[in-house]
Design a protein around this ligand. Sequence first.
Ligand code: ADP
Ligand code: ASP
Ligand code: MG
Length: 401
Amino acid sequence: MGLIVQKFGGTSVKDRSRIFNVARIVMNTRNEGNDVVVVVSAQGDTTDDLIKKAAEITSDPSHREMDMLLATGEQISISLLAMALQELGVPSISLTGWQAGFNTDRAYTRARIKRLDTERVESELARNRVVVVAGFQGLNRSEDITTLGRGGSDTSAVALAAALHADRCQIFTDVEGVYTADPRKIPKATKLKEISFDEMLELASLGAQVLNNRSVELAKKYNVELEVISSINPVPGTIVKEESQVEGMLIKGVAKDNDVAVISVLGVPDVPGMSFKVFSLLAQKNINVDIILQSSGRDGNKDVVFTVPLGDAETALATLENNKKRFGGGEISVDKTCAKVSIVGAGMQSHSGVASTMFEALSNANINIKMISTSEIKISVIIDENDADRAVAAIHDAFIH
Ligand code: ADP
Ligand code: ASP
Ligand code: MG
């Protein structure tokens, strides 16, 4: 007996039969004597379809209006699921993100949760109801609707689990857990029994869509153990927790991210403060720079090459072009045909030769590496996006047997 938070993603609630499937999972959990808070995403491709609808109106929609639009998707799911539960005789109530107490900052389309007031949710639980909460949405200080960024329902679920001191937080999805690579792309990928917060955070940040990276950040901060499981197949999934004890696995996973653009600033003056000037211009625009490569100076000039999210590439380019004089000029260009492929694993800290195994796999597949970045538990390479799927397969083969 306890309090359980269960989150169901878009595929898991995509139609009538899936909604009743979810309702039965929730009913069974409740029949075992638990209080249940359910978080749901928009049905199927609803969020993508809403984005397309906005694109039919304008190529540059206001972020506030985008959030007003996108938040509608989750409201369809909560009401339908609450109805399905009632149909099964389970007392339930649906709540929007704001009714459930999600207060966020002002950053439309990628808002962060500032405060979560759980009184309403707790009072509904006290009335013996299953509470069905809309994921991905909140309200800012001006009482305008905000959304938490793509995949943000995971974050809503973890935040509720933390605030309510839930006994369990289950993330139900359309695969059976966290795998060594995307199981839809790499059939040989294996399911992980467990993975640490740090490793999962890297995998999620590097493109493994199965969990939103902010949700893992939050889970680590509040030590909320997560169980990633299938909403279709009732088999054990993956536990995400502080320490993972799986021995003998050098790397836990391979991830791919197509959301990268490489910006090159060639032939800038090789003088103190140059990097500061370039990157402070981008910081002022809130553009996150990831991998940075700087050549050593030659003939008084040097080259700076770095990656930014694809969606920020044009802004970054325009900002640098318009302010060229401030850092002394140079030739600026953008390459949007790149992908980042990464390996993640705490095991690599204590083993040499991990990087060389990865590079050997790419070399054998005749794939050219454009940039490299490493940290204690990950190695990333930037390559041509057309090579990315082959690269993931080759690297996966090299490490996971
Ligand atoms: P949901 O709608 O349930 O939130 P998502 O589509 O956001 O589901 O995430 C699940 C998808 O993540 C899977 O269908 C799978 O294709 C993809 N995925 C990418 N990398 C991994 C991985 N390492 N392990 C499991 N799934 C992954
Ligand atoms: N519906 C939102 C999305 O598609 C949030 C989520 O699914 O977590 O990104
Ligand atoms: Mg998701």
